[in-house]
Design a protein. Structure first.
Length: 228
């Protein structure tokens, strides 16, 4: 029974150029996620998939196993799932893994304890897959192409207190865990009986923009966080 953590980090980031190896609170961004996975008891191997030699070198120096992805999986349009499947099919450390932890390098505040608790929950609840989430007790609306807004989860004429909105959670993109059978049968990060691991409110953000970067870097400094 082996668990492999897979991190996909291509070199052609456009929103924040070279973000995966840009220093985040003193360390390259991918080092945070690699270190969290390596420090999690129960994860046997950490594989970093990239088309970029500099990213692969930094990841390997941090303790990850490098995997050079093919060029056709490194385009702007390439989805994450084919990159994970490429690792599962071609990297020896992932070939026999029966549980896959997919981590996002854009969530540097993920902690080893989150990963360990999520792996425990997968087994204890008899789940096939699991995703990380945060509380989302918010009033949700949909805005159509004509600019007209429609409430999704409450009646404006009987407005509840925010805390009384039925339990809602939001995917925060930090990580996903799935049995190997889910990947083999569905080619998807989630499937079958799906559970969640609740993370803290300050772990809600992903890094997509420079504003996100500044916010999370300041938070990491304020909380005294460093790679595990």
């Amino acid at each position: 029974m082996t668990v492999v953590a897979i991190i996909c980090a291509r070199g052609g980031s456009k929103g924040i150029p070279r973000k995966n190896i840009r220093p985040f609170h003193g360390h390259p961004l991918i080092v945070w996620t690699v270190s969290a996975a390596l420090a999690c008891p129960g994860i046997d191997h950490v594989v970093l998939s990239s088309d970029d030699e500099a990213i692969l070198r930094v990841a390997e120096e941090a303790g990850a196993l490098p995997h050079r992805r093919p060029d056709e999986l490194a385009t702007d349009e390439a989805a994450t799932e084919p990159c994970v499947i490429d690792v599962l099919q071609h990297h020896p450390a992932a070939a026999t893994a029966n549980t896959v932890v997919l981590l996002q390098a854009t969530s540097p505040l993920t902690l080893p304890n989150d990963l360990r608790a999520a792996l425990d929950a997968l087994d204890e609840r008899g789940l096939d897959s699991l995703l990380s989430v945060v509380d989302a007790h918010v009033f949700q609306w949909s805005v159509g192409p004509d600019g007209v807004a429609t409430p999704l989860n409450y009646d404006p004429e009987a407005r509840p207190r925010r805390q009384d909105i039925p339990d809602r959670v939001a995917e925060n993109g930090a990580f996903y865990i799935a049995r190997r059978s889910v990947w083999d049968e569905r080619a998807c990060r989630l499937g079958g009986r799906i559970g969640v691991h609740m993370m803290q409110a300050w772990q809600a953000w992903e890094i997509d923009t420079e504003d996100d970067w500044r916010r999370l870097e300041a938070l990491a400094a304020e909380l005294g966080l460093h790679p595990a």
